[in-house]
Ligand binder design. Structure first.
Ligand SMILES: C[S@@+](CC[C@H](N)C(=O)[O-])C[C@H]1O[C@@H](n2cnc3c(N)ncnc32)[C@H](O)[C@@H]1O
Length: 511
Protein backbone atom coordinates (compact mmCIF):
# COMPACT_ATOMS: atom_id res chain seq x y z
CA UNK A 1 0.00 0.00 0.00
CA UNK A 2 1.34 3.44 -0.92
CA UNK A 3 2.10 5.74 1.96
CA UNK A 4 -0.13 8.74 2.52
CA UNK A 5 1.78 11.97 1.77
CA UNK A 6 0.96 15.66 1.94
CA UNK A 7 0.10 15.61 -1.77
CA UNK A 8 -2.56 12.93 -1.07
CA UNK A 9 -3.89 15.14 1.72
CA UNK A 10 -4.30 18.17 -0.52
CA UNK A 11 -5.83 16.04 -3.29
CA UNK A 12 -8.31 14.58 -0.84
CA UNK A 13 -9.23 18.01 0.48
CA UNK A 14 -9.81 19.17 -3.08
CA UNK A 15 -11.98 16.16 -3.83
CA UNK A 16 -13.88 15.55 -0.58
CA UNK A 17 -13.42 18.63 1.55
CA UNK A 18 -11.64 18.87 4.90
CA UNK A 19 -14.27 17.16 7.02
CA UNK A 20 -14.53 13.98 4.99
CA UNK A 21 -10.79 13.87 4.45
CA UNK A 22 -10.22 13.88 8.18
CA UNK A 23 -12.99 11.42 8.83
CA UNK A 24 -11.32 9.00 6.49
CA UNK A 25 -7.81 9.58 7.92
CA UNK A 26 -9.09 9.09 11.46
CA UNK A 27 -11.14 5.96 10.87
CA UNK A 28 -8.38 4.37 8.79
CA UNK A 29 -5.79 5.18 11.46
CA UNK A 30 -8.04 3.74 14.12
CA UNK A 31 -8.43 0.55 12.11
CA UNK A 32 -4.72 0.43 11.32
CA UNK A 33 -5.27 0.47 7.57
CA UNK A 34 -3.48 3.73 7.12
CA UNK A 35 0.21 4.13 6.50
CA UNK A 36 1.97 7.46 6.67
CA UNK A 37 5.21 8.87 7.95
CA UNK A 38 3.69 12.31 8.30
CA UNK A 39 0.20 11.67 9.60
CA UNK A 40 0.84 10.49 13.13
CA UNK A 41 -1.31 11.31 16.13
CA UNK A 42 1.30 13.65 17.57
CA UNK A 43 1.03 16.09 14.72
CA UNK A 44 -2.62 15.77 13.72
CA UNK A 45 -3.22 19.23 15.16
CA UNK A 46 -0.65 20.85 12.94
CA UNK A 47 -1.80 18.96 9.88
CA UNK A 48 -5.33 20.06 10.57
CA UNK A 49 -4.09 23.67 10.76
CA UNK A 50 -2.36 23.21 7.41
CA UNK A 51 -5.62 21.85 6.01
CA UNK A 52 -7.55 24.80 7.42
CA UNK A 53 -5.19 27.22 5.86
CA UNK A 54 -5.31 25.34 2.59
CA UNK A 55 -9.09 25.56 2.37
CA UNK A 56 -9.68 29.12 3.30
CA UNK A 57 -6.58 30.86 4.54
CA UNK A 58 -8.16 31.27 7.91
CA UNK A 59 -6.86 34.06 10.03
CA UNK A 60 -6.02 32.23 13.20
CA UNK A 61 -6.31 35.38 15.26
CA UNK A 62 -9.83 35.84 14.00
CA UNK A 63 -10.65 32.33 15.15
CA UNK A 64 -9.03 32.95 18.49
CA UNK A 65 -6.84 29.90 18.21
CA UNK A 66 -3.50 29.91 19.88
CA UNK A 67 -2.63 26.25 20.20
CA UNK A 68 -0.81 25.30 23.35
CA UNK A 69 2.82 24.30 22.75
CA UNK A 70 3.84 20.89 24.09
CA UNK A 71 6.03 22.17 26.92
CA UNK A 72 3.28 24.48 28.16
CA UNK A 73 0.72 21.65 27.93
CA UNK A 74 2.97 19.47 30.08
CA UNK A 75 3.44 22.27 32.60
CA UNK A 76 -0.31 22.79 32.87
CA UNK A 77 -0.98 19.06 33.06
CA UNK A 78 1.41 18.65 35.97
CA UNK A 79 -0.49 21.29 37.91
CA UNK A 80 -3.78 19.69 36.93
CA UNK A 81 -2.81 16.25 38.26
CA UNK A 82 -2.66 17.47 41.84
CA UNK A 83 -6.01 19.21 41.79
CA UNK A 84 -9.21 17.77 43.20
CA UNK A 85 -12.00 16.64 40.87
CA UNK A 86 -13.06 13.24 39.67
CA UNK A 87 -14.10 13.99 36.10
CA UNK A 88 -11.75 15.60 33.59
CA UNK A 89 -12.84 18.21 31.06
CA UNK A 90 -10.94 19.96 28.29
CA UNK A 91 -12.93 23.03 27.28
CA UNK A 92 -12.08 24.25 23.77
CA UNK A 93 -10.02 21.08 23.33
CA UNK A 94 -9.20 21.71 19.67
CA UNK A 95 -7.16 18.77 18.38
CA UNK A 96 -6.23 17.83 21.93
CA UNK A 97 -2.88 19.36 22.79
CA UNK A 98 -3.83 19.79 26.42
CA UNK A 99 -5.82 16.66 27.08
CA UNK A 100 -3.34 14.38 25.28
CA UNK A 101 -0.55 15.82 27.44
CA UNK A 102 -2.62 15.40 30.55
CA UNK A 103 -3.40 11.76 29.76
CA UNK A 104 0.27 11.11 29.08
CA UNK A 105 1.10 12.63 32.46
CA UNK A 106 -1.35 10.45 34.39
CA UNK A 107 -0.25 7.30 32.54
CA UNK A 108 -2.04 4.50 30.68
CA UNK A 109 -3.75 2.78 33.63
CA UNK A 110 -5.26 5.94 35.04
CA UNK A 111 -6.28 7.11 31.56
CA UNK A 112 -8.08 3.85 30.85
CA UNK A 113 -9.84 3.97 34.21
CA UNK A 114 -10.92 7.53 33.51
CA UNK A 115 -12.31 6.86 30.05
CA UNK A 116 -13.87 3.56 31.03
CA UNK A 117 -15.78 5.27 33.80
CA UNK A 118 -17.08 7.85 31.32
CA UNK A 119 -15.22 10.59 33.13
CA UNK A 120 -13.51 12.24 30.16
CA UNK A 121 -15.29 15.24 28.62
CA UNK A 122 -14.25 17.28 25.59
CA UNK A 123 -15.91 20.47 24.35
CA UNK A 124 -15.33 22.30 21.08
CA UNK A 125 -17.23 24.30 18.54
CA UNK A 126 -15.08 22.96 15.73
CA UNK A 127 -16.48 19.56 14.82
CA UNK A 128 -13.43 18.36 12.91
CA UNK A 129 -10.97 19.40 15.62
CA UNK A 130 -13.17 17.72 18.23
CA UNK A 131 -13.19 14.48 16.19
CA UNK A 132 -9.44 14.63 15.75
CA UNK A 133 -9.10 15.00 19.52
CA UNK A 134 -11.46 12.14 20.31
CA UNK A 135 -9.98 9.78 17.73
CA UNK A 136 -6.41 10.64 18.74
CA UNK A 137 -7.23 9.49 22.26
CA UNK A 138 -8.89 6.31 20.99
CA UNK A 139 -6.00 5.58 18.60
CA UNK A 140 -3.58 5.86 21.52
CA UNK A 141 -5.56 4.12 24.25
CA UNK A 142 -7.86 1.68 22.43
CA UNK A 143 -10.70 1.87 19.91
CA UNK A 144 -13.17 0.40 22.31
CA UNK A 145 -13.01 3.70 24.18
CA UNK A 146 -14.20 5.79 21.27
CA UNK A 147 -17.79 5.67 22.44
CA UNK A 148 -16.92 6.28 26.06
CA UNK A 149 -15.29 9.64 25.49
CA UNK A 150 -17.87 12.37 26.02
CA UNK A 151 -17.10 14.68 23.14
CA UNK A 152 -19.50 17.62 23.01
CA UNK A 153 -19.68 19.53 19.78
CA UNK A 154 -21.10 22.77 21.11
CA UNK A 155 -20.80 26.43 21.88
CA UNK A 156 -19.49 26.14 25.41
CA UNK A 157 -21.21 29.38 26.38
CA UNK A 158 -24.62 28.02 25.49
CA UNK A 159 -26.51 27.94 28.76
CA UNK A 160 -27.71 24.38 28.12
CA UNK A 161 -24.10 23.20 28.24
CA UNK A 162 -23.17 22.48 31.82
CA UNK A 163 -19.96 21.02 33.15
CA UNK A 164 -20.45 17.72 35.01
CA UNK A 165 -20.46 17.65 38.79
CA UNK A 166 -17.13 17.23 40.58
CA UNK A 167 -15.02 17.97 37.53
CA UNK A 168 -11.69 19.64 37.00
CA UNK A 169 -10.97 21.50 33.81
CA UNK A 170 -7.94 22.09 31.66
CA UNK A 171 -8.44 24.77 29.03
CA UNK A 172 -6.96 27.13 26.51
CA UNK A 173 -10.07 29.09 25.54
CA UNK A 174 -10.48 31.07 22.31
CA UNK A 175 -9.22 34.66 22.48
CA UNK A 176 -11.23 37.21 20.65
CA UNK A 177 -13.51 40.11 21.17
CA UNK A 178 -17.19 39.34 21.42
CA UNK A 179 -18.88 41.18 18.59
CA UNK A 180 -22.27 39.60 18.98
CA UNK A 181 -23.74 37.63 21.85
CA UNK A 182 -24.61 34.00 21.13
CA UNK A 183 -28.32 33.27 20.98
CA UNK A 184 -28.50 31.03 23.95
CA UNK A 185 -25.84 32.52 26.18
CA UNK A 186 -26.37 33.65 29.69
CA UNK A 187 -25.20 37.26 29.41
CA UNK A 188 -23.34 37.77 32.65
CA UNK A 189 -21.84 40.99 33.95
CA UNK A 190 -18.41 39.59 33.11
CA UNK A 191 -19.43 39.19 29.45
CA UNK A 192 -21.06 42.59 29.37
CA UNK A 193 -18.13 44.40 30.94
CA UNK A 194 -15.26 42.66 29.17
CA UNK A 195 -16.73 41.68 25.80
CA UNK A 196 -13.91 39.14 25.65
CA UNK A 197 -14.65 35.51 24.93
CA UNK A 198 -11.85 34.21 27.08
CA UNK A 199 -13.15 35.89 30.22
CA UNK A 200 -16.59 34.39 29.62
CA UNK A 201 -14.90 30.97 29.47
CA UNK A 202 -12.92 31.62 32.66
CA UNK A 203 -16.08 32.65 34.48
CA UNK A 204 -18.06 29.61 33.40
CA UNK A 205 -15.21 27.20 34.06
CA UNK A 206 -14.44 28.60 37.50
CA UNK A 207 -18.03 28.68 38.64
CA UNK A 208 -18.93 25.20 37.37
CA UNK A 209 -15.86 23.14 38.27
CA UNK A 210 -14.12 22.22 41.50
CA UNK A 211 -10.66 23.13 40.17
CA UNK A 212 -9.02 24.13 36.89
CA UNK A 213 -5.90 25.11 34.97
CA UNK A 214 -6.53 27.74 32.30
CA UNK A 215 -4.17 29.53 29.93
CA UNK A 216 -5.40 32.87 28.61
CA UNK A 217 -4.13 36.34 27.78
CA UNK A 218 -2.90 38.03 30.95
CA UNK A 219 -5.03 41.17 30.59
CA UNK A 220 -7.68 40.02 33.07
CA UNK A 221 -5.13 40.43 35.89
CA UNK A 222 -5.12 44.20 35.82
CA UNK A 223 -7.33 45.70 33.17
CA UNK A 224 -10.45 47.64 34.30
CA UNK A 225 -12.91 45.82 32.08
CA UNK A 226 -12.17 42.53 33.85
CA UNK A 227 -12.93 43.87 37.32
CA UNK A 228 -16.19 41.93 37.48
CA UNK A 229 -14.32 38.73 36.58
CA UNK A 230 -11.85 39.41 39.37
CA UNK A 231 -14.78 39.95 41.72
CA UNK A 232 -16.04 36.47 40.82
CA UNK A 233 -12.52 35.14 41.37
CA UNK A 234 -12.67 36.50 44.94
CA UNK A 235 -14.77 33.46 45.82
CA UNK A 236 -12.17 30.95 44.69
CA UNK A 237 -8.48 30.46 45.29
CA UNK A 238 -5.27 29.41 43.65
CA UNK A 239 -2.39 31.11 41.87
CA UNK A 240 -1.58 32.87 38.62
CA UNK A 241 1.68 33.00 36.70
CA UNK A 242 2.07 35.44 33.83
CA UNK A 243 4.58 35.81 31.04
CA UNK A 244 5.77 38.79 29.06
CA UNK A 245 6.07 38.28 25.30
CA UNK A 246 9.56 39.68 24.81
CA UNK A 247 12.28 38.55 24.44
CA UNK A 248 10.92 34.98 24.73
CA UNK A 249 7.26 34.13 24.20
CA UNK A 250 5.19 31.32 25.59
CA UNK A 251 3.47 30.63 22.28
CA UNK A 252 6.77 30.36 20.42
CA UNK A 253 7.34 26.78 21.41
CA UNK A 254 5.81 25.06 18.41
CA UNK A 255 8.29 23.75 15.96
CA UNK A 256 6.19 23.48 12.84
CA UNK A 257 3.19 25.72 13.44
CA UNK A 258 2.26 27.41 10.23
CA UNK A 259 0.73 30.22 12.25
CA UNK A 260 3.92 30.93 14.09
CA UNK A 261 4.03 34.54 13.02
CA UNK A 262 4.89 37.56 15.08
CA UNK A 263 1.34 38.75 15.37
CA UNK A 264 0.15 35.29 16.26
CA UNK A 265 2.64 35.16 19.06
CA UNK A 266 2.23 38.54 20.60
CA UNK A 267 -0.10 37.45 23.38
CA UNK A 268 1.14 37.88 26.92
CA UNK A 269 -0.17 34.79 28.60
CA UNK A 270 -1.25 33.88 32.09
CA UNK A 271 -1.80 30.44 33.53
CA UNK A 272 -4.43 30.41 36.25
CA UNK A 273 -4.47 27.43 38.56
CA UNK A 274 -7.69 27.27 40.54
CA UNK A 275 -7.08 25.04 43.55
CA UNK A 276 -9.97 25.85 45.86
CA UNK A 277 -8.39 24.86 49.14
CA UNK A 278 -10.72 25.16 52.11
CA UNK A 279 -11.14 28.49 53.86
CA UNK A 280 -9.05 30.57 51.50
CA UNK A 281 -10.14 33.37 49.22
CA UNK A 282 -8.15 34.93 46.43
CA UNK A 283 -5.17 34.27 44.21
CA UNK A 284 -1.45 34.35 44.79
CA UNK A 285 0.08 36.19 41.88
CA UNK A 286 3.64 36.00 40.57
CA UNK A 287 5.66 38.66 38.75
CA UNK A 288 5.30 39.26 35.03
CA UNK A 289 8.01 36.88 33.87
CA UNK A 290 10.41 37.94 31.19
CA UNK A 291 12.71 35.29 29.77
CA UNK A 292 15.02 34.74 26.86
CA UNK A 293 14.12 32.06 24.36
CA UNK A 294 17.08 29.93 25.40
CA UNK A 295 15.83 30.03 29.02
CA UNK A 296 12.47 28.54 28.12
CA UNK A 297 13.24 25.08 29.50
CA UNK A 298 14.35 26.47 32.83
CA UNK A 299 11.29 28.70 33.13
CA UNK A 300 8.64 26.19 32.14
CA UNK A 301 9.12 24.13 35.25
CA UNK A 302 6.34 23.80 37.83
CA UNK A 303 8.51 24.03 40.93
CA UNK A 304 10.53 26.89 39.58
CA UNK A 305 7.46 28.95 38.73
CA UNK A 306 5.69 28.29 42.01
CA UNK A 307 8.75 29.41 43.94
CA UNK A 308 8.52 32.83 42.29
CA UNK A 309 5.10 33.54 43.72
CA UNK A 310 4.65 35.47 46.94
CA UNK A 311 2.38 34.16 49.69
CA UNK A 312 -0.29 36.83 49.59
CA UNK A 313 -3.77 35.86 48.40
CA UNK A 314 -5.12 38.85 46.54
CA UNK A 315 -8.78 39.77 46.46
CA UNK A 316 -10.21 42.85 44.83
CA UNK A 317 -12.61 45.46 46.16
CA UNK A 318 -13.74 48.94 45.18
CA UNK A 319 -10.53 50.34 46.65
CA UNK A 320 -8.07 47.84 45.14
CA UNK A 321 -9.62 46.87 41.86
CA UNK A 322 -6.68 45.18 40.16
CA UNK A 323 -4.35 42.32 40.97
CA UNK A 324 -0.66 43.22 41.02
CA UNK A 325 2.14 41.06 39.71
CA UNK A 326 4.84 41.47 42.32
CA UNK A 327 8.17 39.71 42.82
CA UNK A 328 8.29 37.79 46.08
CA UNK A 329 11.14 39.80 47.59
CA UNK A 330 9.71 43.15 46.53
CA UNK A 331 6.39 42.82 48.26
CA UNK A 332 7.63 44.50 51.44
CA UNK A 333 8.93 47.45 49.43
CA UNK A 334 5.62 47.76 47.64
CA UNK A 335 3.76 47.74 50.95
CA UNK A 336 6.11 50.33 52.38
CA UNK A 337 5.74 52.56 49.31
CA UNK A 338 1.96 52.41 49.41
CA UNK A 339 1.78 52.88 53.17
CA UNK A 340 4.00 55.95 53.10
CA UNK A 341 2.29 57.61 50.17
CA UNK A 342 -0.33 60.24 50.85
CA UNK A 343 -1.38 61.05 47.30
CA UNK A 344 -1.51 59.85 43.70
CA UNK A 345 0.48 61.33 40.85
CA UNK A 346 -2.78 62.16 39.07
CA UNK A 347 -3.56 64.77 41.73
CA UNK A 348 -0.49 66.85 41.07
CA UNK A 349 -0.35 66.61 37.29
CA UNK A 350 -2.82 67.74 34.66
CA UNK A 351 -2.99 68.12 30.91
CA UNK A 352 -2.48 71.84 30.37
CA UNK A 353 -1.52 74.03 33.33
CA UNK A 354 2.06 74.19 34.52
CA UNK A 355 5.45 73.09 33.32
CA UNK A 356 5.53 70.25 30.81
CA UNK A 357 7.05 66.79 30.99
CA UNK A 358 7.08 64.59 27.89
CA UNK A 359 6.65 60.85 28.20
CA UNK A 360 7.18 58.31 25.43
CA UNK A 361 4.16 56.00 25.60
CA UNK A 362 6.13 52.82 24.99
CA UNK A 363 8.28 51.65 27.86
CA UNK A 364 9.63 48.21 27.45
CA UNK A 365 12.52 48.35 29.94
CA UNK A 366 12.16 51.70 31.72
CA UNK A 367 9.99 54.81 31.80
CA UNK A 368 11.25 58.19 30.70
CA UNK A 369 10.16 61.73 31.51
CA UNK A 370 11.83 64.60 29.66
CA UNK A 371 11.80 68.37 29.64
CA UNK A 372 12.67 68.23 25.97
CA UNK A 373 9.80 67.80 23.54
CA UNK A 374 10.84 64.49 22.02
CA UNK A 375 10.49 64.09 18.27
CA UNK A 376 8.34 61.03 18.16
CA UNK A 377 4.77 59.95 17.54
CA UNK A 378 3.89 58.00 20.67
CA UNK A 379 4.22 60.48 23.50
CA UNK A 380 2.19 62.00 26.27
CA UNK A 381 2.48 65.48 27.69
CA UNK A 382 1.76 66.08 31.34
CA UNK A 383 1.96 69.35 33.24
CA UNK A 384 2.99 69.92 36.83
CA UNK A 385 1.26 72.94 38.32
CA UNK A 386 3.25 73.23 41.52
CA UNK A 387 6.78 74.34 40.52
CA UNK A 388 8.22 72.90 43.69
CA UNK A 389 7.08 69.41 42.75
CA UNK A 390 8.21 69.48 39.11
CA UNK A 391 11.58 67.87 39.73
CA UNK A 392 10.04 65.30 42.05
CA UNK A 393 7.62 64.22 39.30
CA UNK A 394 10.45 64.28 36.75
CA UNK A 395 12.57 62.03 38.96
CA UNK A 396 9.65 59.75 39.81
CA UNK A 397 9.05 59.13 36.10
CA UNK A 398 12.71 58.37 35.49
CA UNK A 399 13.00 56.17 38.58
CA UNK A 400 12.27 52.49 38.89
CA UNK A 401 9.13 53.31 40.88
CA UNK A 402 7.05 54.58 37.94
CA UNK A 403 8.22 51.79 35.67
CA UNK A 404 7.61 49.18 38.35
CA UNK A 405 4.10 50.44 38.95
CA UNK A 406 3.32 49.95 35.28
CA UNK A 407 4.79 46.41 35.35
CA UNK A 408 2.82 45.58 38.50
CA UNK A 409 -0.54 46.66 37.17
CA UNK A 410 -0.13 46.48 33.40
CA UNK A 411 3.11 45.78 31.53
CA UNK A 412 1.55 45.69 28.04
CA UNK A 413 2.71 47.79 25.13
CA UNK A 414 1.98 51.31 26.29
CA UNK A 415 1.87 52.97 29.65
CA UNK A 416 -1.71 54.24 29.98
CA UNK A 417 -2.49 57.56 31.64
CA UNK A 418 -4.64 55.76 34.21
CA UNK A 419 -1.54 53.95 35.44
CA UNK A 420 0.52 57.15 35.53
CA UNK A 421 -2.24 58.92 37.43
CA UNK A 422 -2.50 56.20 40.04
CA UNK A 423 1.21 56.05 40.95
CA UNK A 424 1.44 56.59 44.73
CA UNK A 425 3.54 59.60 45.68
CA UNK A 426 5.34 60.48 48.89
CA UNK A 427 6.69 64.00 48.32
CA UNK A 428 5.89 64.85 51.93
CA UNK A 429 8.17 62.09 53.17
CA UNK A 430 11.21 63.72 51.61
CA UNK A 431 13.40 65.77 53.92
CA UNK A 432 14.60 69.18 52.75
CA UNK A 433 17.99 67.66 52.13
CA UNK A 434 16.43 64.90 49.98
CA UNK A 435 14.40 67.47 48.05
CA UNK A 436 17.60 69.34 47.33
CA UNK A 437 19.27 66.16 46.10
CA UNK A 438 16.31 65.44 43.84
CA UNK A 439 16.53 68.95 42.41
CA UNK A 440 20.22 68.50 41.80
CA UNK A 441 19.81 65.20 39.93
CA UNK A 442 16.83 66.49 37.95
CA UNK A 443 18.71 69.62 36.86
CA UNK A 444 21.69 67.54 35.83
CA UNK A 445 19.50 65.15 33.84
CA UNK A 446 17.58 67.94 32.16
CA UNK A 447 20.81 69.64 31.14
CA UNK A 448 22.09 66.38 29.65
CA UNK A 449 18.95 65.13 27.92
CA UNK A 450 20.38 65.91 24.46
CA UNK A 451 23.46 63.88 25.24
CA UNK A 452 21.50 60.68 25.71
CA UNK A 453 19.09 60.84 22.81
CA UNK A 454 18.52 57.54 21.01
CA UNK A 455 16.62 56.83 17.82
CA UNK A 456 14.68 53.90 16.53
CA UNK A 457 12.79 53.47 13.31
CA UNK A 458 9.15 52.63 13.70
CA UNK A 459 6.79 52.34 10.75
CA UNK A 460 9.32 54.20 8.58
CA UNK A 461 9.63 57.11 11.04
CA UNK A 462 12.47 57.86 13.38
CA UNK A 463 11.38 57.88 17.02
CA UNK A 464 13.36 59.93 19.49
CA UNK A 465 13.83 58.73 23.04
CA UNK A 466 16.28 59.23 25.89
CA UNK A 467 18.38 56.53 27.43
CA UNK A 468 19.82 58.03 30.58
CA UNK A 469 22.77 56.30 32.22
CA UNK A 470 21.52 53.84 34.85
CA UNK A 471 23.42 55.75 37.56
CA UNK A 472 20.79 58.50 37.50
CA UNK A 473 18.03 56.01 38.14
CA UNK A 474 20.00 54.39 40.95
CA UNK A 475 20.66 57.73 42.59
CA UNK A 476 16.98 58.64 42.49
CA UNK A 477 15.97 55.20 43.75
CA UNK A 478 18.41 55.58 46.65
CA UNK A 479 16.91 58.89 47.74
CA UNK A 480 13.40 57.46 47.49
CA UNK A 481 14.44 54.35 49.45
CA UNK A 482 15.82 56.58 52.19
CA UNK A 483 12.69 58.73 52.23
CA UNK A 484 10.55 55.62 52.62
CA UNK A 485 12.84 54.14 55.28
CA UNK A 486 13.80 51.14 53.11
CA UNK A 487 17.14 49.75 54.17
CA UNK A 488 17.75 47.55 51.13
CA UNK A 489 20.34 48.16 48.44
CA UNK A 490 18.71 49.63 45.33
CA UNK A 491 20.27 46.70 43.41
CA UNK A 492 17.15 44.79 44.38
CA UNK A 493 15.33 46.88 41.74
CA UNK A 494 17.59 45.72 38.89
CA UNK A 495 15.44 42.66 38.28
CA UNK A 496 12.49 44.89 37.44
CA UNK A 497 14.28 46.22 34.38
CA UNK A 498 15.89 42.98 33.38
CA UNK A 499 15.14 41.04 30.21
CA UNK A 500 15.52 37.78 32.07
CA UNK A 501 14.80 36.30 35.46
CA UNK A 502 18.33 34.99 35.51
CA UNK A 503 20.22 38.24 35.13
CA UNK A 504 19.77 41.79 36.27
CA UNK A 505 20.93 43.35 33.03
CA UNK A 506 18.68 45.42 30.82
CA UNK A 507 18.43 44.24 27.28
CA UNK A 508 17.51 45.72 23.92
CA UNK A 509 15.59 48.84 23.04
CA UNK A 510 12.88 50.54 24.98
CA UNK A 511 10.32 50.39 22.19
C1 LIG B 1 -6.97 28.53 21.71
S1 LIG B 1 -7.71 27.14 20.93
C2 LIG B 1 -7.12 25.87 21.97
C3 LIG B 1 -7.06 24.54 21.34
C4 LIG B 1 -6.39 23.45 22.18
N1 LIG B 1 -7.11 23.21 23.41
C5 LIG B 1 -4.97 23.80 22.51
O1 LIG B 1 -4.75 24.12 23.68
O2 LIG B 1 -4.10 23.78 21.67
C6 LIG B 1 -9.40 27.39 21.36
C7 LIG B 1 -10.37 26.34 20.94
O3 LIG B 1 -11.67 26.76 21.35
C8 LIG B 1 -12.61 26.41 20.35
N2 LIG B 1 -13.78 27.31 20.46
C9 LIG B 1 -13.93 28.56 19.96
N3 LIG B 1 -15.12 29.06 20.32
C10 LIG B 1 -15.74 28.11 21.04
C11 LIG B 1 -17.00 28.03 21.69
N4 LIG B 1 -17.84 29.06 21.66
N5 LIG B 1 -17.32 26.90 22.36
C12 LIG B 1 -16.45 25.85 22.39
N6 LIG B 1 -15.25 25.87 21.80
C13 LIG B 1 -14.89 26.99 21.14
C14 LIG B 1 -11.84 26.57 19.05
O4 LIG B 1 -12.43 25.77 18.04
C15 LIG B 1 -10.44 26.08 19.46
O5 LIG B 1 -10.29 24.72 19.22
Amino acid sequence: MAKYEMSNYFNDIDKKGLKRTWHSILSKTLNETFESDIFIVDNFGELYEIGLEYVNKIDKKEMGKYYTPKDVSVLMSKWMINLKGEKICDVGCGCGNLILSYLECIGIDETIRLIDNGYLYLYDLDEIALSICKYSIAIKYGKKFLKKIKAKHCDFLNKDIKLPKNCKVISNPPYFKIKKYGENWEITKVINDSKELYSAFIEKIITQSVASVIITPYSFIGSDKFYSLRQIMNNYNGFIVSFDNVPGNIFNGRKHGIFNTNTGNSVRAAITVVINDDNIKGFRIGPLIRFKTEERNKILNNDFLVKLINDRYQVVDSHTKAFYKCHKDLLKILDCWEKNSDDKLGNIINSNIGEKIYLPTTCRYFTVGSKKNLKRIGKRVICVKDKEKYNYVYCMLNSTFAYWYWRLYDGGINCPLTIINSIPIFYNKLTNQQKMEINKIANEMQKNEDKYLVYKMNAGKSQENIKFPIEYRNRINKIFFNALGINESTDIFNKIHSSSLFSSKEFGDNE
